[in-house]
Design a protein around this ligand. Sequence first.
Ligand SMILES: NC(=O)C1=CN([C@@H]2O[C@H](COP(=O)(O)OP(=O)(O)OC[C@H]3O[C@@H](n4cnc5c(N)ncnc54)[C@H](OP(=O)(O)O)[C@@H]3O)[C@@H](O)[C@H]2O)C=CC1
Ligand SMILES: O=C(O)[C@@H]1CCC=N1
Length: 260
Amino acid sequence: MKIGIIGCGNMASSIAHSIKQSLEPQLFCYDIDLDKAHMFSRVYGATKVDSEMEIVNNSNIIIIAVKPKDIFDVLEKIKDGISEKIIVSIAAGISISKIKEVVGGKKIVRVMPNINISVQKGVMGICFSEEVTADEKEKILNLFKSMGEVIATDEKHMDAITALFGSGPAFVAHFIESCADAAVKLGFSRQESLNLILTLFEGTVVNMKNNMLTTQQVKDMVTSPGGTTIEGLVEFERRAVKGAIIDGILKAYERAKNIL
Ligand SMILES: NC(=O)C1=CN([C@@H]2O[C@H](COP(=O)(O)OP(=O)(O)OC[C@H]3O[C@@H](n4cnc5c(N)ncnc54)[C@H](OP(=O)(O)O)[C@@H]3O)[C@@H](O)[C@H]2O)C=CC1
Ligand SMILES: O=C(O)[C@@H]1CCC=N1
């Protein structure tokens, strides 16, 4: 499989790291920032090329991993070389129809991954343009299934997937950080706090998954009548923490719908 990556930033690195764990693709890379491309090629064993079009010429699957504001510039540069090749866009909020406005009726895949793909624990949404054949869909789905859980979906759900799972690692990190700050406030060192809070999150997730516990069951098991936990939960409710988290995710969703 020959995979070309345009844009060697955060997501491209997560994708390359993940692919290298389970598959043996031939990787090609290009970035407008030559140092980034150089570093990427060294870290992931990719062949660095000198233009967007060279990526297209060398690959069957072309992953465009630039910011939404830059994607149309890239599409303009590659549109004449695409032919039957598969274009994969991971740009937030950019629809297949917007991409087609530049490149025409080509084989387009829209993917919304998250950074957790680098440890094969991603949750990602995938949808296809009608030009992509059943065999090609299977090939692309298998590629991304090697990086985590794939939701093959109608495009109308992609903005919600962006807000929930694309942005999700940052939201979870924000909650982890809040807990770690509390630990520092209570006298633990910063490093110790982070390690312990990570174990708290990991332990809660594994416990819930292994024992098929609902959130309510966990809360009931932990919350003694008149005890300590209920004091914390009541304060979270008084400050509408849950509402704030839901509103934050909905803000991200609105932004995904209006990214440009
Ligand atoms: N970060 C995340 O968690 C997620 C991001 N995404 C999507 O992934 C895409 C990439 O995001 P991310 O990796 O964070 O972004 P980065 O800024 O880390 O990486 C993008 C890279 O592309 C480069 N670039 C810009 N224009 C071109 C061009 N014409 N040709 C080649 N390279 C170019 C940028 O260079 P320079 O910096 O010099 O402009 C930069 O190095 C975005 O569209 C985003 O919506 C999706 C899911 C999750
Ligand atoms: O913040 C962003 O725009 C991108 C899309 C999803 C995660 N990061």
